[in-house]
Design a protein around this ligand. Structure first.
Ligand code: UDP
Ligand code: MG
Length: 331
């Protein structure tokens, strides 16, 4: 039964003649994490006897010795491929580069810092062999992330899922297994602003979930500061919802209605009690409040216009400086 499902995936895609598993790993200044990464991942991949593997390493414009460390690793293992990008394009672009270069029948994006335990990989493969196209790895325990990160992430998912038609499962990162048809579907999505978690959810397919507990980083520091995370959240919301644009019609209507009733009240009061000159404080407050509301509205429109502008330029998502393949003849 397993081989039946797998062969269907393969025959649909002539690109994968043998059963190959591709691990896609973005590296941005991860020199300290590299040796631990290969030492723990390779034995596990070797254990998955039914599959051959390749590790597609994307060097996302690292400024430290990451590329040299990767080349050393590739010199000892012909299954390691290095896609060296011309600068830092960000994790989403690096993952896109990985998807474009991976040849596997099953593909797993994986972080270089071992926060996602490699022991989960065989579980993902097992579910894929049972016939699922997408096997999501869900974090059931993420005490290794700070309280602030966990609570802001949870707020993001709630807001995003409330206002978008595409639902992103909570506590799920990029770590998942995708079959070749899913990756081909992802490659058809033309946008330059690539919020991968949302795109993964958008393509759909037969999905199941396995659970794992998120580990602390093996070495080095997180590459996502608070400001980067905030922008990432805005990216996610603007990619999958137009509510922040449309909501201004309703806010405007409510404010206009309130102004209408207030005007009616003032007319009646003036008729009954005559003109009341004082009112400086209330006028200032109202004017400032409305000015603020209008600026927020313009800001929301600006977020989308900015994105339309950069999408219309149709620049490539990433540029490859060098592709290092078969640095080693051994395996
Ligand atoms: N990463 C990348 N480009 C970037 C930022 C991060 O390729 O601009 C990689 C990084 O090397 C790591 C993965 O993305 O392999 C996840 O990054 P990190 O562990 O810093 O994120 P966190 O786990 O803290 O969310
Ligand atoms: Mg990490």
């Amino acid at each position: 039964m397993n081989s039946l499902n797998v062969s269907t995936a393969v025959t649909q895609n002539v690109r994968a003649p043998t059963l190959l598993l591709s691990l896609i790993v973005p590296f941005y200044n991860e020199e300290e994490a590299i040796s631990a990464f290969f030492t723990s991942v390779i034995p596990i991949l070797n254990q998955v006897a039914a599959l051959d593997y390749e590790i597609v390493c994307i060097n996302d414009g690292s400024t430290d010795a990451t590329l040299d460390r990767l080349k050393e690793a590739a010199a000892n293992n012909s299954r390691i491929l290095i896609v060296d990008l011309s600068r830092n394009f960000g994790k989403e672009a690096a993952l896109t580069a990985g998807l474009d270069h991976a040849k596997g029948a099953a593909i797993i994006p994986f972080d270089a810092d071992l926060q996602d335990p490699p022991e989960t990989i065989p579980l993902l493969i097992q579910k894929w062999q049972e016939g699922f196209d997408v096997v999501i790895a869900k974090r059931v325990e993420r005490r290794s992330d700070t309280y602030l990160k966990r609570s802001s992430a949870s707020l993001f998912y709630r807001v995003h899922n409330a206002i978008s038609q595409i639902q992103i499962p909570e506590n799920v990162g990029d770590f998942r297994l995708m079959s070749r048809p899913v990756v081909e579907a992802l490659k058809q999505l033309p946008e330059n602003h690539r919020f991968m978690k949302g795109l993964f959810a958008w393509v759909g397919f037969k999905t199941c979930t396995v659970e794992y507990s998120r580990q602390p980083r093996s070495a080095g520091k997180t590459k996502f500061s608070g400001w980067k995370l905030w922008n990432f959240a805005i990216e996610g919301i603007t990619s999958f919802s137009t509510l922040p644009l449309r909501v201004w019609t309703y806010i405007g209507s409510v404010v206009a209605l309130a102004a209408f009733f207030y005007a009616a009240f003032l007319i009646v009061r003036t008729l009954l009690h005559g003109v009341d000159v004082p009112g400086y404080a209330s006028i200032t407050t109202i004017v400032l409040f409305l000015g603020g509301i209008q600026l927020i509205g313009i800001g929301a429109v600006g977020e989308y216009v900015g994105r339309i502008y950069s999408e219309t330029k149709r620049r490539p998502i990433y540029i490859v400086r060098t592709l290092y393949q078969s640095l080693s003849q051994s395996n």
